[in-house]
Design a protein around this ligand. Structure first.
Ligand code: LLP
Length: 418
């Protein structure tokens, strides 16, 4: 459930009309609902609270705006990061380093050093080579690095191939069949402290079954390690819970997490860590855009809007479907079928295809479910300044990121003089 609803044919974010937001901040513009974000976070946190110890580590990559990270930090959230940049954002937003888990297949020595000095909760290690690098960096600082091994459980998450991560053919994690030996090796390193196990099998999963299969495999590994005297303190089940973009029916966070908690009753000593990103943010945001031109054609009608693939790349990159709705519904307008396309010079620059809409030039459209992997994946392609971001809180509006200025486009560039 989210807080984007029509009131007398005008689309609102909480108590703010999107038309007013467009007037005040211009388009394209990302709009987020604070109440929705908080509701989604609490859905995970409260379901997990049935287990003796738990921590939601929000996946920063989904939406890393400082204001969003700060809201989540204030609710007690931890963070799943994948770069030194994300770690710096978490700290800048007032997040607690002690609640940070660090994922990613290619952590540099500098990133490890920085994270160790801040005292993060855990490194989610993805290869033997990474274990060795971490041991070296940690020993040079004379700090013990808390380590979890990201195991690859070889489970088909039944999602888009680009966002499936738990199969043997994917680059992520360590084959679960080899993990036991690697844990034993890690336990012998002087500056590693083996504390947990983690996995992340993919994103936008719409069934609980693959998650529960992965959980079973992790528990089998935990039992085997315990019989060798390696006692893990936490289990991190990753992120990946899907959302409704169209007519998908994913389990709710409460359904999913309560099943995990039920299975973990035999393991009260294990802290449960989750890394949701999309499920917290996707339906808490829309991308607001204006129709520049309608261009009727023999085969296709195009609605050319001022947002493009550089603002929201999911449709172009994954053929993702996101709802596109008029901000003001007007029954006097006649409907037609449009491809919603942007100004970028690529045929792949579309936000939606074959959408039935009753619209006119100058109308505003909202691309729904754009709060996750929207702004964070945006770019300056075609020298387009990146969009503004606005957070709605009841009847209050906060500009949480200014629209980029022209000079931002070439910041750091230099012409040569000879
Ligand atoms: N943890 C790890 C280690 C991850 O790799 C990811 C996402 C998450 C947590 C969060 O997963 P979520 O709960 O958001 O599904 N750009 C793609 C999604 C890429 C996801 C990458 N990893 C998209 O727009 O669909």
């Amino acid at each position: 459930m989210d807080h984007f609803n029509y009131q007398q044919n005008r689309l609102f974010a909480e108590q703010c009309a999107l038309t007013d937001i467009a007037t005040e901040f211009g388009t394209p513009c990302y709009v987020y609902s604070r109440a929705t974000i908080e509701r989604h976070y609490q859905a995970f946190a409260s379901a997990a609270a049935a287990h003796p110890q738990s921590l939601v580590c929000y996946a920063v990559k989904a939406n890393s705006n400082l204001a969003i990270l700060n809201l989540l930090a204030r609710l007690g959230s931890g963070f799943d990061i994948v770069s030194g940049g994300e770690l710096r954002r978490v700290i800048a937003a007032g997040g607690d380093a002690k609640k940070v888990v660090f994922s990613g297949v290619a952590k540099t020595a500098e990133e490890m050093r920085f994270a160790l000095q801040l005292g993060i909760k855990c490194f989610n290690v993805e290869s033997v080579a990474e274990l060795e690098r971490l041991q070296q960096v940690a020993s040079s600082l004379n700090i013990k690095a808390p380590v979890s091994i990201r195991v690859n459980p070889d489970i088909d998450a039944k999602t888009h191939p680009y966002i499936s991560t738990g199969l043997k053919a994917n680059k992520f994690g360590i084959d679960i069949l080899l993990a036991g030996d690697i844990y034993r090796q890690a336990a012998r390193y002087s500056h590693l402290d083996v504390v947990g196990v983690d996995c992340h099998i993919g994103s936008q999963l719409t069934e609980t079954q693959p998650f529960l299969e992965a959980l079973e495999k992790l528990l089998t590994l935990i039992d085997a390690l315990a019989s060798d005297g390696i006692m893990l303190k936490h289990i991190d089940i990753g992120g990946g819970l899907g959302v409704t973009y169209d007519n998908e029916t994913p389990p709710s966070p409460a359904d999913y997490i309560s099943k995990v908690v039920a299975r973990l009753t035999a393991y009260p000593q294990l802290e449960l860590i989750m890394e949701p990103g999309r499920a917290i943010m996707a339906n808490a945001g829309v991308l607001l855009t204006k129709v520049e031109f309608l261009k009727p054609g023999q085969e296709k009608n195009f609605a050319i809007v001022d947002a493009a693939m550089n603002d929201l790349i999911r449709p172009a990159l994954y053929s993702a479907w996101q709802a596109i709705v008029p901000v003001e519904r007007d029954s006097a307008k006649t409907a037609a079928t449009y491809d919603i396309v942007g100004p970028v010079c690529e045929t792949g620059d579309f936000l939606g295809k074959d959408r039935e809409l009753a619209i006119a030039q100058g109308d505003l459209l909202a691309v729904r479910s754009a709060g996750a992997y929207g702004f964070t994946m945006s770019s300056n392609y075609n020298s387009r300044p990146r969009a503004a971001e606005v957070l709605v809180d009841g009847d209050k509006l906060h500009l949480i990121r200014q629209r980029e200025q022209w000079q931002d486009l070439w910041r750091g560039e230099q012409v040569i003089t000879d």
